[in-house]
Each structure stands twice: as structure tokens, then as C-alpha cells.
Ligand binder design. Structure first.
Ligand code: SF4
Length: 93
């Protein structure tokens, strides 16, 4: 019988990385899922954007370790001085 491991990250149900991680390049995604989603989500780049901006701002193929990319998105939005609703990607919010 296969072990079923529940994600420790409460954002797993809405996270595209987690949702795709079982079918997307398992050799790459499994160690990341084990390290971030099932152990310590506090260092996750996807989580930073999800919690601060929302699901629609997380790039589809962002990996949990891409902190510089996440920081750039957060900085760009913070420096835009545009209300979040107006700065949202087309077709969202
Ligand atoms: S990738 Fe990050 S936000 Fe998504 S489920 Fe894993 S720890 Fe949570």
C-alpha cells in the first residue's frame, strides 16, 4: 500500500506547483515538495506571493526556491503605487 502524505502547507489546494508536482518532472518536483510543502513552507517563494498578493500573481511555473523572482514581483508591485486591483494581470480580480 502506498503512503499518503498530507501536505503541511495550508495553501496546497490552491498552489499550482503543488497541484502539478505529482505529474510534473517528479525527479525535480518530489524533493521540492518534500522540502517545502511537506516540511517547511516558511521559505517558499510561491507562498510569499500567495499570501501577500494572491493566487493570480503566482507565475504558473514558479518553483518554491525561486526567491529572487518572488522578491522582484513583490518589489515591483510595492513600487508601482498602483492599487492591487488596478495592477492585477489582465482578466483577474
Ligand atoms: S509550493 Fe509553497 S505555497 Fe505551494 S504548497 Fe508547497 S509550500 Fe505551499
Amino acid at each position: 500500500m502506498k503512503d499518503i502524505v498530507s501536505p503541511i502547507c495550508p495553501l496546497a489546494n490552491q498552489c499550482s506547483f503543488y497541484q502539478q508536482s505529482k505529474s510534473y518532472m517528479p525527479a525535480v518536483s518530489k524533493p521540492l515538495r518534500d522540502e517545502y510543502c511537506l516540511a517547511d513552507n516558511s521559505r517558499c517563494a510561491c507562498r510569499a506571493i500567495l499570501t501577500q498578493l494572491g493566487l493570480e500573481w503566482v507565475p504558473l511555473h514558479m518553483m518554491p526556491y525561486q526567491h529572487e523572482w518572488a522578491e522582484q514581483i513583490l518589489t515591483d508591485i510595492a513600487n508601482s503605487h498602483v492599487p492591487l486591483e488596478a495592477a492585477a494581470p489582465a482578466g483577474v480580480l
